[in-house]
Design a protein around this ligand. Sequence first.
Ligand SMILES: Nc1ncnc2c1ncn2[C@@H]1O[C@H](COP(=O)(O)OP(=O)(O)OP(=O)(O)O)[C@@H](O)[C@H]1O
Ligand SMILES: [Mg+2]
Length: 164
Amino acid sequence: MPILRAHAFEFISNSPQQTRRVGMRLGAHLEPGHVVALVGDLGSGKTTLVQGVAQGWGALDPVTSPTFILVNVYRRAQGQPLFHMDAYRLGSLHEAWELDLPALWDQGPLLVEWADRIADLLPEDRLEVHLDWIDEWKRRLLFQGRGPRANALVQRLRHDLLGS
Ligand SMILES: Nc1ncnc2c1ncn2[C@@H]1O[C@H](COP(=O)(O)OP(=O)(O)OP(=O)(O)O)[C@@H](O)[C@H]1O
Ligand SMILES: [Mg+2]
């Protein structure tokens, strides 16, 4: 699979299980301060990836799509939180601003579905994951770091997944 830039790579997933396994690898590397921006159409696999991330994080709680509360929190045994936000149903940017996202990502990693809708509220140093539907079972995942911390994350993940 092609390496597009030093801090970006592409991965083709052939099943939801494979997307979850990729998520697990990512979840194992996440720390407070990490922000993962998920960008892709309905059904592209954002929540499926988050399911794996939460598992890799060691979350005890099952992943569900955040709806009315906008942000879900999944805790692991020692209590550390992983935050999962869905910006799809946001009424306004102000509504997202009121959530005080920096206070969340200070405590634990933050994953955002439909992150393009609140890009202005996210840190520049974030990991972007673009998900594209190829066919019923195939998705293209593009991982791209946008700052030093995210770039380091991309390198670790690329090593796990592609061995390079
Ligand atoms: N390779 C794959 N990776 C991820 N999901 C896949 C794959 N192949 C098929 N699917 C299916 O595609 C769907 C993805 O749904 P999911 O809820 O993860 O998407 P989403 O991007 O979160 O959508 P939404 O924008 O509605 O939140 C699931 O039904 C899943 O089983
Ligand atoms: Mg979703």
